[in-house]
Design a protein around this ligand. Structure first.
Ligand SMILES: [Zn+2]
Length: 295
């Protein structure tokens, strides 16, 4: 009897440990506009919804990474950047045209795209710390060391990533399904996506324990689009439930796990570098083909 009670107590303790707190810095890419715009939404409305959900969940800081070149053809979208700042949230650079480092015609062309992305951010961040760059596509590659030397000389740090839910993969499919009024497919997409969010959070915890022996502070990557905005309340509810505590990017990246920035995501590349194999789950059977739905 006594032994059973001890086992039960041990199980309760380990159950409580599952909900242990972990730190998360939230970042949002592709401001002012990610993916196709679903009918009935505006870019400003998407930003305001996103900012409101952050407030409701106690996300005190969310860096918004800007592709300033998108303003050339849509100057009104500058209001998105202004709304971000009016909500007290900081902006950083994501290059003017979302140019991948290894895909760029040359390193010089990529550097020029970084510089072209600066003015729209700097003018809205006067006296504030805006020298963060998020690599488009998290694309590092062979030019990474040279690019980092250039960035450091301009005062930049890299905004790393440890956690993402592939919200980008749903953006255009969602816009098509809204256009068609296909509520059944939208519901199926949400079920699939939120199940993947739960698996990603659980997988992150397991992978982090395996690689570091602890759950490291997280840097979450999301995007500023229609799909991401409508699913954000459910995503943050799941993070809250899993033990997330929201911190700044500076706080998260002060952890030694972020000492050597690179392309890709931090837990995966550290595991790879140390020869640690992580479980890679195949997509569940019956997953929607997001390229084909609502065509
Ligand atoms: Zn991006």
């Amino acid at each position: 009897m006594k032994f059973t009670a001890t086992v039960v107590a041990a199980l309760l303790v380990s159950g409580a440990a599952c909900a242990q707190h972990f730190d998360v810095a939230v970042t949002v890419d592709d401001l002012p506009a990610h993916g196709e715009l679903p009918p009935g939404m505006t870019r400003l409305g998407i930003a305001e919804t996103t900012l409101q959900v952050f407030r409701q969940h106690g996300v005190k800081q969310a860096y918004g990474f800007v592709n300033a070149g998108k303003l050339d053809n849509a100057p009104d979208d500058a209001r998105v950047l202004d709304a971000w700042r009016a909500a007290g949230q900081p902006l950083g650079n994501h290059t003017a045209t979302h140019m991948g480092l290894s895909q760029a015609p040359s390193l010089a062309a990529w550097q020029a795209d970084v510089i072209a992305g600066e003015a729209a951010v700097a003018q809205r961040m006067q006296g504030q710390d805006w020298h963060y760059l998020r690599l488009p596509y998290l694309d590092g590659g062979d030019r990474f060391a040279a690019a980092m030397a250039f960035l450091r000389a301009r005062g930049y740090r890299l905004a790393d990533v440890s956690l993402s839910f592939d919200d980008w993969a749903y953006a255009d499919a969602y816009a098509r399904c809204v256009t068609r009024g296909d509520q059944a497919t939208i519901a199926a997409m949400k079920t699939q996506y939120l199940a993947a969010v739960d698996r990603s959070i659980a997988g992150m915890k397991a992978d982090s324990q395996r690689v570091y022996g602890r759950v490291i502070p997280q840097v979450l990557l999301t995007h500023l689009g229609g799909w991401s905005a409508v699913t954000l309340p459910d995503v943050l509810q799941r993070l809250d439930r899993a033990g997330a505590r929201y911190v700044t990017l500076q706080q998260a990246q002060a952890d030694p796990a972020y000492a050597e920035p690179q392309g890709g995501t931090v837990i995966d590349r550290t595991a790879h570098g140390r020869g640690i194999r992580l479980d890679v789950q195949p997509p569940p059977e019956g997953s929607l083909d997001l390229q084909r739905v609502c065509r």
